[in-house]
Design a protein. Structure first.
Length: 277
């Protein structure tokens, strides 16, 4: 579904939600209390500023007795076989974000991945899938990165652990190209990337990856992920804790200049591996 068509459906979702809510005689605040979100969130859903998660859409159906219409609309919009169920909504939010901050402990974030790197990661996780399926996933990941070349691109901050630089994903040639790509984005000021070196030891996000997203007309959210699941959090107190953790992570990283030097050096190390084989 094209982005324009998706947005049109989200706008229909919001218009229909407002109509059904008013028919039920509920204010935004009253409906929000019944489905465990704020009245402000209901207003953002109705204006298609923010997209509800599936469980919220299901609760709206239950409260408004709408026979599953909002669940069906939500599933239609997030149903993309190229993304895991728990990640599809995050992709929508990335397109709306004005600022994205990520911490990656083991793998290059999807928005920074090259085709060769993305393909190696995908095959490692899906060793029995046909090439057509792998290609679909890789294409989807590369499409996500187009937001970084958009005129209205978000501020993009990334903290990488040095593990990410040293793992030869896809082999030395592919890894050198991946690091060159990151360095190029840094030099173009498309992204600010900093590195937590091995000698730092313990840091504020030892338990896994973290993504923070901010928006022009909506509260920020946090997203954490493991190998098999992801959690999108918009509870203000929890998001604030995640933001603090990210602030502590940045304190632990090298400066952007020193990080760029380390990334370039790691790329050269992989090129030397190629030349000596």
């Amino acid at each position: 579904m094209a982005n324009g068509s998706r947005q049109a459906v989200w706008e229909f979702f919001g218009t229909e939600l407002k109509r059904r809510r008013e028919e039920a005689g509920l204010t935004q605040t009253e409906l929000g209390a019944k489905v465990f979100v704020s009245g402000g969130y209901i207003g953002q859903f109705e204006q298609a500023i923010r997209k509800p998660q599936l469980d919220v859409a299901q609760r709206i159906d239950e409260v408004l007795q709408t026979e599953g219409i909002f669940e069906r609309l939500c599933r239609k919009l997030i149903d993309d076989p190229r993304y895991a169920d728990y990640f599809a909504h995050v992709v929508e939010l990335e397109r709306l974000a004005t600022r994205i901050c990520e911490f990656a402990p083991t793998v290059v974030p999807g928005l920074l991945q090259t085709k060769e790197y993305a393909r190696a990661v995908t095959i490692a996780a899906n060793p029995f899938q046909a090439d057509e399926h792998v290609d679909e996933i890789v294409t989807a990941r590369l499409e996500r990165s187009l937001i970084l070349s958009d005129a209205a691109r978000p501020e993009y901050w990334v903290a990488l652990h040095e593990n990410v630089l040293r793992s030869p994903v896809g082999g030395p040639t592919a890894m050198a190209a991946q690091l060159d790509h990151i360095a190029g984005l840094m030099r173009a000021r498309t992204a600010i990337v900093t590195v937590i070196p091995y000698e730092t030891g313990a840091h504020a996000a030892m338990n896994g990856s973290l993504k923070l997203m901010e928006f022009e007309d909506a509260p920020p959210v946090a997203y954490t992920e493991t190998s098999f699941s992801g959690t999108l959090v918009d509870v203000p107190a929890v998001v604030k804790r995640a933001q603090r953790a990210y602030d502590l992570l940045r304190v632990a990283t090298l400066s952007p200049e020193a990080s760029l030097t380390l990334i370039v050096s790691a790329a050269e190390d992989f090129r030397r591996c190629v030349s000596t084989t």
